[in-house]
Design a binder for this molecule. Structure first.
Ligand SMILES: NC(=O)c1ccc[n+]([C@@H]2O[C@H](COP(=O)([O-])OP(=O)(O)OC[C@H]3O[C@@H](n4cnc5c(N)ncnc54)[C@H](O)[C@@H]3O)[C@@H](O)[C@H]2O)c1
Length: 286
């Protein structure tokens, strides 16, 4: 049984912590006594979140970060270490999406989504794993993927789905590699479906030089449909998802799948793959 990585004297860094799931994670860790680094591109909102955590007796530091920029992530780690001297939990959570058929997505759309969702996780691991390893104490890394990472192909969010599949893959590789020398750092990958956040308004975090996102009418109506599902019967609150994350860390569970209604879709995809194996095909033609 590993020592707890959550609680008094422990430090959690959360990216994308000014809003939605990241904010709920920061609040949940703070409630449990961890000091939290509230890291986000939107520093004003991050400051507000940190202030609201401190107002109820928690310990929080807001830090501006662009997770797509390796130097900025290095500066985040430096700020966390300067203030708290250690990092016990890293939540690579910042993420964005565009909405269009892939053929209508610009190369800048792809670059932006890959920069934040994929390079954000790569930069986070590249900067923080050596620091956490060097500490020699138990730690935990949570990468926020999505149910899209398990479903893989999803019309209108092609770049997003591709990055989330990659985040699942990187997480699965990380857990294997940390086991090679028994590094005491746990790994979890968070795969939620609809959560009531501002992810459908990701564009607010899009760099101005990329220009405004141009969606077709059809893509815009799909975006609104997804948005509606956030508050529908299968939607969850960020706080519910954050509670599942803390529970999974304590249980040392890798997969964090939050939405039971997605099971049939994941099963159907797995069944299609299994049915395409030569032995399965031979069985159906025999
Ligand atoms: N909401 C959902 O239904 C849902 C489902 C599955 C996965 N997710 C994932 O959850 C994570 C959190 O998203 P959310 O739903 O809370 O959305 P959100 O928009 O409410 O929060 C995302 C936060 O990330 C920040 N951010 C954006 N670009 C950044 C950058 N370059 N550097 C640092 N911070 C940046 C934003 O400022 C914002 O505060 C994302 O990875 C998202 O893909 C969300």
């Amino acid at each position: 049984m590993m020592d707890s990585v959550i609680g008094s004297g422990k430090v959690t860094v959360v990216t994308g912590a000014a809003s939605g799931i990241g904010r709920a994670l920061a609040e949940a860790f703070a409630t449990e006594g961890s000091a939290v680094v509230v890291a986000d591109l939107d520093i004003e909102e991050a400051e507000r979140v940190a202030a609201s955590i401190r107002a109820v007796g928690g310990d929080a530091l807001a830090v501006a970060v662009d997770v797509a920029d390796a130097a900025s992530v290095d500066a985040l780690a430096a700020a966390a270490i300067a203030r708290y001297g250690r990092v016990d939990v890293l939540c690579n959570n910042a993420g964005v999406s565009t909405f269009n058929l892939m053929t209508d997505q610009t190369l800048d759309d792809w670059r932006w989504v890959f920069g934040v969702n994929l390079w954000g996780v790569i930069n986070g691991l590249h900067t923080f794993v050596p620091i956490m390893r060097e500490q020699g104490t138990p730690g935990h890394i949570v990468n926020t993927a999505s149910i899209a990472g398990l479903l893989s192909g999803i019309a209108f969010i092609g770049p997003y789905a591709a990055t989330k599949v990659a985040v699942v893959s990187i997480s699965e590789t990380l857990v294997q590699e940390l086991a090679i020398d028994a590094t005491p750092i746990g790994v979890s990958v968070l795969c939620p479906s609809s959560v009531d956040t501002k992810v459908m308004e990701s564009e607010r975090a899009r760099p101005a030089e990329l220009g405004a996102e141009q969606r077709t009418e059809m893509a815009e109506s799909v975006r609104m449909m997804i948005r509606d599902s956030f508050t529908g019967p299968t939607g969850q609150t960020p706080a519910t998802v954050a509670a599942a994350v803390l529970e999974a860390i304590r249980a040392q569970r890798f997969w964090i799948v939050t939405h039971p209604d997605e099971r049939p879709s994941v099963e159907a995809r797995a069944a299609r793959i299994l049915a395409s194996f030569p032995d399965a095909q031979a069985a159906t033609t025999a």
